[in-house]
Design a protein around this ligand. Structure first.
Ligand code: CA
Length: 220
């Protein structure tokens, strides 16, 4: 899952990036409104964590702009403003959730999972697909009831593919999910992780669609 973090406070931003990074998210961090606008134009994000008080363009201005452009990316507002009217303005401007600073990183992570879950149309926290289950909260994966140990990258790949079984994701799309701007990508990194995933789960779970990408079959 790739996230855009828009936060001008260095301490808060670093804390969120580190904390969510440890949970397997790829976090691109920008510190002002103009950079956020540019990032959104060039990268597909699974969700945005958006501060309101920002240099060069406020969070509410950004949000209004994205919704006007029909961009439905889930947005979680994180801000120090705890006045009720600000909260209402944020939600009315198209935010999906709202967290007031200072907050607990575990709560942020839980709200983010709920947001991503709602966005994928699932009501239940654990993804079940045939004999395969994946729990975004605990990072546990089971196949036929038996636990499967996956690396953080393998987990992230499987999670992305399981969000839409039957729909192929290209190598570039998978790279986007796995790596932020500051990380070097090996030319065959996605293939290496897919190979290892297939070795652990069985080839039938991750199919290669020639010239297109990879998918988890709709009917496992
Ligand atoms: Ca701020």
């Amino acid at each position: 899952m790739r996230l855009l973090l828009v936060e001008d406070d260095a301490m808060v931003g670093a804390g969120i990036r580190t904390g969510l990074g440890q949970q397997g998210y790829t976090v691109d961090w920008v510190r002002d409104g103009a950079a956020a606008e540019l990032a959104m134009q060039t990268t597909a994000y699974d969700a945005v964590l958006l501060d309101i008080g920002l240099p060069r363009k406020t969070g509410l201005e950004l949000l209004a702009l994205w919704r006007k452009q029909k961009n439905a990316v889930p947005v979680l507002i994180i801000t120090a403003r705890d006045a009720v009217s600000d909260r209402i303005r944020g939600l009315d401007a198209g935010a999906d959730d709202y967290l007031v600073k200072p907050f607990d990183l575990d709560e942020l992570a839980a709200r983010l999972r709920a947001l991503l879950r709602r966005n994928s149309g699932r009501a239940t926290p654990v993804i079940e697909h045939g004999a395969l289950t994946l729990d975004p909260a605990t990072h546990e994966v089971t196949l036929g009831g038996a636990p499967i140990k996956l690396s953080a990258r393998e987990f992230a790949l499987l999670h992305s593919l399981l969000e839409k079984p039957g729909v192929p994701l290209s190598r570039a799309q998978l790279e986007d999910r796995l790596y932020g701007w500051e990380q070097e990508i090996g030319s065959n990194a996605v293939e290496v992780h897919i190979h290892s995933l297939r070795r652990k789960l069985g080839n039938e779970w991750v199919r290669n669609v020639r010239g297109v990408g990879y998918l988890v079959p709709r009917q496992p």
